[in-house]
Design a protein around this ligand. Structure first.
Ligand code: HEM
Length: 137
């Protein structure tokens, strides 16, 4: 009886965390040039504030992602679904590592490269999540 409610809670938390992790990075991309005009230190202050939200969201993605896998393990899935899941996990790991290297970077080139990789891999993980949730599985 509780299963549909728990499924809704699991997917709600996963999507909420994805919206903070992915959407936040896109918003930061738009805010940083404007923040730079306010003060040279403003982008760093914004980035620190975002990190306080984005890392808990990443943690919630991993926890609810593992919950998703357990919940989905009772349903048979195609090889393609399992391949998408495997690729998604690698892409999520790359997103986390590159976001970490982005925050630790001291050069402009490092910030740009690691920030771009974190953004592209996070959007790719979002797309693969939609694939996994589709009805073809
Ligand atoms: C950047 C990180 C991630 C993003 C942006 C992301 C995004 C998403 C989205 C949007 C969905 C579709 C949810 C729905 O509406 O049904 C989804 C589903 C799924 N995700 Fe993630 N996810 C991430 C990390 C993870 C991780 C770390 C795991 C595993 C440890 C995972 C496993 C899954 C599974 C198995 C599904 C299918 C759930 C179902 O259909 O019941 N995800 N993901």
């Amino acid at each position: 009886m509780l299963t549909p409610a728990l499924d809704a809670l699991r997917l709600f938390l996963h999507v909420l965390a994805a919206s903070v992790w992915v959407g936040g990075q896109i918003v930061m991309l738009g805010m940083v040039p404007a923040a730079r005009k306010i003060s040279p230190d403003a982008p760093r202050t914004l980035a620190r504030a975002f990190a306080r939200l984005s890392w808990p969201a990443y943690g919630l993605l991993v926890v609810t992602g593992v919950w998703n896998i357990f919940a989905e393990s009772s349903v048979p899935h195609s090889t393609a679904w399992n391949v998408v899941l495997g690729v998604k996990l690698a892409v999520v790991a790359l997103a986390g590592v590159s976001a970490l290297l982005h925050t630790r970077s001291t050069s402009k080139v490092g910030l740009a490269i690691w920030g771009s990789i974190a953004g592209v891999t996070s959007v790719a993980a979002l797309f693969m999540g939609i694939l996994l949730a589709g009805s073809w599985s």
